[in-house]
Design a protein around this ligand. Structure first.
Ligand SMILES: CC(C)(COP(=O)(O)OP(=O)(O)OC[C@H]1O[C@@H](n2cnc3c(N)ncnc32)[C@H](O)[C@@H]1OP(=O)(O)O)[C@@H](O)C(=O)NCCC(=O)NCCS
Length: 144
């Protein structure tokens, strides 16, 4: 993994606002007709702007993990790495950083059943299937 000039920053509301165009471009390219609006990135959820993280290279966003607090732990609402940077272990680096920051609590997520690449990625990172609901799997990783 090439870590030159790459850093992870807490996704404060100010930082998300500052980089919103970059986030929207990555999101559209990753999620097509299910892409988020600016309002979705900036909507309030418990501890969202403390737990979410941006992956930056030379002060531009190249990936993000949007996380909020839930009763049983934390929930990953969105994870994306810019297409120019996939398969360089940066998704793993970002998600492992999120997992470490959550500590002993569990992390849940929902992934589209057709998104085979993401399902493989989450299984490699130790997530387990919880249930299937329509076109989505709920997956979970318990804290260490
Ligand atoms: C899913 C995603 C976050 C993975 O990020 P990434 O930086 O490309 O993944 P990494 O390079 O860290 O890969 C870690 C491991 O997962 C595997 N993996 C990642 N993407 C994969 C894919 N599409 N198909 C098969 N395996 C994959 C890697 O091969 C690697 O395995 P290894 O340890 O055996 O080498 C990224 O592809 C992405 O943003 N996709 C579009 C958005 C999306 O689907 N997000 C998830 C929605 S719930």
């Amino acid at each position: 993994m090439e870590l030159d000039n790459i850093e992870i920053k807490t996704a404060s509301k100010d930082l998300i606002s500052k980089h919103i165009e970059e986030l929207l471009i990555i999101d559209r390219s990753c999620f097509d007709n299910e892409s988020w609006t600016e309002d979705a990135f900036l909507s309030e959820l418990p501890l969202k702007f403390e737990k979410s993280m941006l992956l930056m290279k030379n002060d531009s966003v190249i990936g993000y993990a949007i996380v909020s607090q839930k009763a049983e732990g934390a929930h990953l609402h969105r994870l994306a790495i810019s297409k120019d940077f996939v398969l360089q272990r940066l998704g793993e680096y970002l998600l492992e950083t999120i997992i470490k920051s959550i500590g002993r609590k569990s992390l849940t997520l929902k992934v589209n059943t057709f998104n085979t690449g993401a399902v493989i990625f989450y299984l490699k990172l130790g997530f387990l299937f919880v249930e299937k609901n329509g076109n989505y799997y709920k997956m979970k990783k318990d804290g260490a």
